[in-house]
Design a protein. Structure first.
Length: 88
């Protein structure tokens, strides 16, 4: 059986090594900042199973995500926007 620590490390690696650099830069920092406190790792793991092209369109608001992923996509997209927003 996989320990919580091992699972979180695996999810972190999957977040940083997606296959497209754009998704690495969205999911990797979010995972670093939020995985340890994530209540539902299964929901995040299910999100990571999705295709990068679909994920990117959802994160950019070009298409709505499936209802099951919508709350988590909204959290991650908001984090990415805030993180990348120029500071005055």
């Amino acid at each position: 059986m996989e320990t919580r620590e091992t699972r979180l490390k695996r999810l972190s690696v999957r977040s940083w090594r997606r296959g497209t650099r754009e998704m690495d830069l969205i999911l990797g920092p979010w995972a670093d900042a939020h995985l340890a406190g994530l209540d539902d790792a299964a929901a995040y793991e299910a999100l990571l199973e999705e295709n990068d092209q679909d994920l990117l369109r959802w994160m950019l608001g070009q298409e709505p995500p499936p209802p099951a992923h919508a709350p988590l996509v909204a959290r991650i997209a908001a984090f990415a926007r805030d993180r990348l927003r120029p500071r005055a």
